[in-house]
Design a protein around this ligand. Structure first.
Ligand code: ZN
Length: 324
């Protein structure tokens, strides 16, 4: 089986904060394991630590300085491992890299705090090769608000600059990611997506009906996402999944959630959004090397053609439509 994973925190957590090599390390993801386990493409998020998280990791850089450092590290690590992996800016690059037996690395951003209200910064990010960005992380920023357990907070929509930024992202070809966003913001993005005929995604979220965490999407949101041609990447973190025990994510829990997402968003709307290296729970599958076990377990529940859609084909189709 081949795999296309929409979200990992490897670049920030292993690369920048732990100063580990991205070619080979003790975390969930490295280039050697991506290649040997069958990766077609991996989205590498630059997660921007702010507020308490910046303090926790002793980060003094501004979000933009932090981004620049992470981007340079990404480029340097890819150059050092050009026998295994190459950057991809669009779906044609992914196809070409696949022909050359190389994994594709897609640069993404987690938290548009980076923009600090400037549309020009979006243009710079696009020129730098960024092709997907979450609008928020867990704090309010110049675009909008994060999801929250309190109805009054999560119903807040995008700010005027947030709407402007979404339109510009869709225009440029940076995929709009609603993972972490407020419910109100989600519906604003869905409206803009329908207007622009450009799909959006939730790169690493699960189903709220199965596990009542505000990071997850309601059945109605899943339905809306599927209707817009979007995708939802199932997250492997135990606090977003049903049935997990002892802080351990079992493969069966991920399968159950993936099947539920298929039933409510549609078989064309489900993908992988592991959150590798950003997950705090232990994983039965270990790290990326265990993805073939997940494919095997999915194969017991779904026809092979549907498992292929979840593991890589839906993500390929989405990137073909959202990125140009
Ligand atoms: Zn996240």
């Amino acid at each position: 089986m081949r795999f296309f994973d929409l979200h990992c925190d490897t670049l920030t957590m292993s690369g920048l904060l732990k100063k580990a090599s991205l070619r080979q390390n003790d975390g969930h993801v490295d280039f050697v394991r991506l290649q040997s386990a069958g990766a077609i493409a991996q989205c590498f998020a630059i997660w921007i630590p702010t507020h308490r998280c910046a303090q926790k990791y002793g980060i003094k850089d501004s979000p933009w300085e932090f981004y620049e450092k992470a981007k340079c590290l990404f480029q340097k690590e890819l150059q050092k491992s050009s026998d295994l992996i190459a950057p991809a800016l669009d779906i044609e690059d992914v196809q070409q890299n696949t022909k050359n037996r190389l994994v594709s690395a897609i640069l993404t951003i987690e938290d548009s705090v980076l923009l600090s209200g400037s549309l020009e910064k979006l243009e710079t990010l696009y020129r730098d090769g960024v092709r997907l960005m979450t609008l928020t992380w867990n704090y309010e920023n110049s675009l909008g608000y994060p999801n929250d357990r309190e109805e009054a907070k999560t119903s807040l929509g995008l700010k005027p600059f947030g709407k402007e930024a979404v339109l510009r992202m869709m225009d440029l070809g940076i995929a709009v990611d609603v993972s972490h966003l407020s419910d109100g913001g989600f519906y604003n993005v869905a409206e803009l997506s329908q207007k622009m005929h450009i799909p959006f995604l939730a790169s690493h979220s699960c189903a709220r009906s199965l596990c009542p965490h505000p990071r997850n999407l309601t059945d109605e949101m899943l339905h809306t996402l599927g209707n817009c041609g979007g995708i939802c990447g199932v997250n492997f973190e135990d606090s977003f999944l049903p049935g997990t025990e002892n802080h351990l994510t079992k493969i069966a829990d991920i399968v159950r959630c993936a099947c539920y997402l298929c039933d409510h968003a549609g078989i064309d709307a489900v993908a992988l959004g592991s959150d590798f290296d950003g997950i705090e729970s232990k994983l039965e599958m270990g790290g990326y090397e265990g993805l073939p076990l997940l494919a095997e377990a999915l194969n017991k529940k779904l026809p092979a053609s549907q498992v292929e859609k979840i593991c890589y084909q839906n993500a390929m189709r989405f990137f073909g439509a959202a990125i140009h």
